[in-house]
Write a new protein. Structure first.
Length: 236
C-alpha cells in the first residue's frame, strides 16, 4: 500500500479553499465595476485584462469548483472582461471614475494641495470607490427607467394596433354578413313591390272598414228670430 501523501492532500485542500474564497470575493464585488471584479487598476492595458481573466477563470471554472455560486461568479468574470475589452464601455466607466474622483476632491478642504498624501491613501481610494458605485447605480437606475418608459410606450402602441385590428376584423365580418344577406334583401324587396308575402304568395287585401259618420238629429224647436235694436225702438 502506497504511503499517503499528506503534503499533497493539504495542497489540494488549500487550493479548494482558495477557489471557494475567490468565488465568494467575486460575488461580493459591485457587479457594475469590472475593475473591482478583475482586481485591476484603471490604467491597466489590454494584456493585463487578458492575463487577469485567464488566471481567475481557470481558478473558478465551474468544472473544477464545487461551490454553489461558481457558475454565477464565472459569468460575472466573463462580463467584466468583455466590458473592459470594449473601448466604448471602458471609456464610459473611466469617465464615471474621474467624476467620482472630482466629487471626492471637491469635498475636501480648499487648502489641501493635490500632492497631499491623502490622495494616495486607502481612505481616498475607498471614498472614490464608493462614489463610483453611487454614480454607476444612478446611471443604471436612469437607464432602467428609460427602458421601462420605452417598453410602456411600445406596449401602448401594440395595444392600439390590436384594437385597430379588432375593429377592422369586426367591420369585415359585418360586411360579410351584409353581403351574404344581399339576395334575401333583394327578394324581400321584390316581394314587397309585388304585394307578396315572404312565402311568395299574393297578399290578400283586407276589406275596407270605412264607416260613414252617423247623422246628427236636427233640433225640433222652431227657430225664432231675435228682434233687432231698430225693431224694438219702432214699437215705442
Amino acid at each position: 500500500m502506497a504511503d499517503f501523501d499528506v503534503d499533497r492532500f493539504l495542497e489540494i485542500e488549500a487550493s479548494a479553499i482558495q477557489k471557494d474564497a475567490e468565488v465568494e470575493r467575486i460575488m461580493a464585488c459591485f457587479k457594475l465595476d469590472p475593475y473591482d471584479i478583475l482586481e485591476l487598476d484603471v490604467g491597466c492595458v489590454e494584456k493585463d485584462i487578458k492575463v487577469a481573466y485567464r488566471k481567475k477563470s481557470l481558478m473558478i471554472h465551474p468544472d473544477k469548483v464545487t461551490h454553489a455560486k461558481a457558475v454565477d461568479a464565472f459569468n460575472l468574470l466573463k462580463k467584466a472582461e468583455t466590458d473592459l475589452m470594449d473601448p466604448a464601455k471602458r471609456s464610459f466607466l473611466n469617465s464615471i471614475i474621474e467624476e467620482a474622483k472630482f466629487e471626492v476632491k471637491k469635498a475636501q478642504p480648499l487648502n489641501m494641495a493635490p500632492t497631499d498624501p491623502f490622495f494616495t491613501s486607502p481612505v481616498y481610494k475607498s471614498l472614490v470607490k464608493q462614489k463610483t458605485k453611487d454614480l454607476l447605480i444612478d446611471v443604471e437606475l436612469r437607464k432602467r427607467k428609460l427602458m421601462k418608459k420605452e417598453m410602456e410606450a411600445e406596449g401602448e402602441v401594440a395595444r392600439k394596433q390590436d384594437e385597430a385590428m379588432s375593429e377592422r376584423k369586426r367591420k369585415q365580418e359585418a360586411q360579410k354578413v351584409w353581403e351574404d344577406s344581399r339576395d334575401d334583401r333583394v327578394q324581400g324587396w321584390r316581394n314587397f313591390q309585388a304585394g307578396k308575402t315572404s312565402g311568395g304568395k299574393m297578399k290578400k287585401k283586407k276589406p275596407s272598414t270605412f264607416r260613414p259618420p252617423k247623422a246628427v238629429a236636427e233640433d225640433a224647436t222652431p227657430y225664432s228670430k231675435r228682434p233687432t235694436t231698430s225693431s224694438a225702438s219702432e214699437g215705442f
